[in-house]
Write a protein that binds this ligand. Structure first.
Ligand code: ZN
Ligand code: ZN
Length: 249
């Protein structure tokens, strides 16, 4: 005799499967470690975010220009990646990415924040390069940086491109030049911690939400939500195609 399956049970199973397949997870792609001016080591960053249950992060330490007074100071103070430290940084991110996946099912994307700091805010620009494995000299012209990054499948993000509503150094160059640069830049940060940056939010530019975390206390922030496969390529594609949403958490 055949047993009949309860139709409600089938529906429940379908819904569960649907939710499972959507692979919803949260990412944060602007995080500093002790390799520049962050307070945690890279393994500490991985454990901190892994224990919070995030699905993906990027380590983005400063890679400063060496031809400006502020850049020279950053080098002198050890607040920037240097060509000699970069191989160690890269190797550590790779081994921590393997551990993060095994231990937390969290993807760790290698990156850095190209930091062009001038005395003038209007000549200053910070660019996140996500998914890179090459050293790019921070003196390189912005469009050239985007070309080099795109050649290896990396993304370039305009970091805090407008007034951050905080008493800190501002970086307006990318926003001032947005008509010229927007075809080259993959996404623009639309928040500064918990504050939405209305200029970016109300623009038609592609967006991303990150914490720019230097200390644990800066964790609470707008972040980016994904419904794609939890692996580096799909995550970068989702940002590029703007198949993302945003959440304050
Ligand atoms: Zn920055
Ligand atoms: Zn930063």
């Amino acid at each position: 005799m055949k047993t009949q399956t309860d139709p409600h049970q089938i529906l429940t199973l379908k819904v569960v499967k649907f939710i499972h397949n959507r692979d919803m997870f949260i990412g944060d792609f602007h995080i500093h470690s002790k390799f520049s001016d962050g307070k945690m080591t890279i393994p500490e960053v991985v454990d901190f975010y892994g224990q919070k249950g995030l699905g993906a992060i990027a380590i983005t330490d400063h890679l400063c220009e060496t031809n400006t007074p502020i850049g020279i100071a950053a080098h002198y103070l050890g607040k920037t990646l240097t060509p000699s430290y970069y191989p160690i940084y890269k190797e550590l991110i790779q081994s921590e990415a393997e551990r993060a996946w095994k231990q937390y099912k969290m993807v760790v994307i290698p990156g850095y924040e190209i930091t062009k700091n001038s005395i003038s805010n209007h000549r200053s620009a910070h660019l996140l390069v996500l998914g890179t494995s090459q050293w790019i000299d921070a003196k390189t012209d912005v469009v050239e940086i985007t070309k080099l990054a795109h050649e290896e499948g990396a993304l370039v993000i305009a970091a805090h491109p407008v007034w951050t509503r905080k008493n800190e150094k501002q970086t307006y160059y990318l926003w001032d030049q947005r008509d010229l640069l927007s075809p080259h830049i993959d996404a623009w940060e639309m928040c500064s911690g918990t504050t939405l940056l209305s200029e970016v939010v109300h623009s038609k530019l592609p967006k991303i939400a990150n914490s720019d975390l230097h200390r644990k206390e800066q964790y609470h922030s707008w972040k980016t939500v994904f419904h794609c496969a939890k692996e580096s390529k799909s995550i970068l594609q989702a940002i590029k195609k703007q198949q993302i949403s945003f959440k304050l958490c």
